[in-house]
Ligand binder design. Structure first.
Ligand code: ZN
Ligand code: ZN
Length: 403
């Protein structure tokens, strides 16, 4: 394998300036979720130019794409004797409103592109599928949720990406998350003229907030609820007939999130019973699942990255870095989502400083190191039959433990 890794390094180096130009092009013209028309066209075009078969607008998303090379014959997951391996490199490219590329998805896209081009050039035709997947709308909406549902990852043994950050971490501590709308229906009345006729829907919503405060105290690490009032009545001389809150819920695991949503529903129903109101509890948008780390693939990626002088550590226990649609990929197939620092740990993503760092020299260096390590990991999956087998075994072990 050493000669393959060396060839990959050469192929990345040969494209270094072009990859950086692509990253800067995205950075200079940021596009937000589902609007990434120029970014997806640029990336798909680069892949097509080097021989990938591109399909645009996949999974019903105009700015999503797949770029494929290699053989496609595949019956199922698990790398049995008759099956060929499959690997997917994930390219994110959406930016944040106002802040531009303050999450560094321009670097994710360039590294994924570089890895896909270098792996294809180094490996040539192998018995396996090499896929680059354009995954729009990570920041809002979750393009990968739709892509998983559309079966884009069927027959794939490994989904590979990196994310720039302020830590060098082997995997991503990402919670499961959901948003739930709770609407209480009461009865309007004049608060002085007709006080006994009114049923105060806002009073019920306030009771729900109080009840959730009690629930919150016994939640496990990684779980929490944050609520806001989105409708609370219109005038002080009318008892509110309708009140509505929006709640963001997070769980350390997907099953913890399911329990938390059930807990919220029970609280809302209890409050409705106590206050004589009616209540609706509805999901808003799709749910993000927690990130299931794959130690086999993470270990390989970390080993390849050490060649660039970057050592990955385990995330600090108890720290979570939000939620992402990579969660929904990672609970379907072996996946990696390491964080590589482009700033010191006192910085933060989603800030103007981070946006600047994604166009700076450390950003370039990290992107190229990630491209090489991602391509080498992809080569491991495609050329070493033990790798997909071990990755799936590790995946199944965690799934069985609910992790
Ligand atoms: Zn972000
Ligand atoms: Zn991000």
């Amino acid at each position: 394998m050493e000669s393959v890794y060396a060839r990959i390094e050469q192929e990345v180096a040969a494209r270094a300036d072009r990859l950086w130009d692509v990253s800067l092009a995205l950075h200079h013209a940021p596009e937000t979720a589902y609007e990434e028309h120029r970014a997806s066209a640029l990336l798909a075009g680069e892949l097509e130019r080097e021989g990938f078969r591109v399909e645009r607008g996949v999974a019903g998303l105009p700015t999503a794409f797949t770029a494929r090379t290699g053989s496609t014959a595949r019956t199922g997951n698990g790398a049995g004797p008759d099956e060929v391996p499959g690997v997917a490199l994930l390219l994110e490219y959406d930016a944040l409103p106002q802040l531009g590329h303050a999450c560094g998805h321009n670097l994710i896209a360039a590294a994924g592109l570089g890895a896909a081009l270098a792996a294809r050039a180094a490996l040539g035709e192998v018995a396996g599928t090499l896929l680059a997947v354009g995954t729009p709308a990570e920041e809002s909406g979750g393009g990968k949720v739709a892509e998983v549902a559309a079966g884009l990852f069927d027959g794939v043994d490994a989904a590979l990406m990196f994310h720039p950050g302020v830590h060098d971490w082997a995997w991503a501590p990402l919670t499961a998350s959901a948003q739930v709308r709770v609407g209480f229906h009461g009865r309007a009345a004049h608060p002085t003229g007709n006080p006994t006729e009114g049923i105060d829907a806002l009073g019920a919503l306030i009771q729900l907030f109080n009840t959730l405060g009690v629930l919150d105290r016994r939640l496990p690490t990684g779980s929490h609820i944050q609520g806001i009032v989105t409708e609370g009545g219109r005038a002080t001389n009318i008892v509110p007939a309708y009140a509505e809150g929006l709640f963001g819920l997070r769980g350390g695991t997907t099953s913890a999130l399911v329990e938390l949503v059930d807990g919220l529903r029970s609280c809302a129903q209890g409050v409705a019973l106590a206050t004589g109101t009616q209540v609706d509890v509805t999901d808003v948008g799709g749910r993000y699942e927690h990130f299931r780390a794959n130690d086999v693939l993470s270990g390989l990626f970390a080993r390849h990255l050490r060649a660039a002088g970057i050592t990955l550590a385990e995330p600090e226990p108890g720290i979570y870095l939000g939620s992402s649609d990579i969660g929904n990929v990672s609970t379907r197939l072996p996946a990696i989502h390491p964080f590589l620092a482009i700033m010191d740990p006192d910085g933060s993503d989603h800030t103007p400083e981070f946006a600047r760092a994604t166009a700076g020299p450390r950003g370039r260096q990290v992107m190229l190191a990630a491209a090489r390590a991602l391509a080498c990991t992809a080569a491991d999956v495609l050329l070493r039959p033990d790798v997909p087998a071990r990755a799936w075994a590790a995946f199944r072990e965690k799934a069985a433990a609910g992790l």
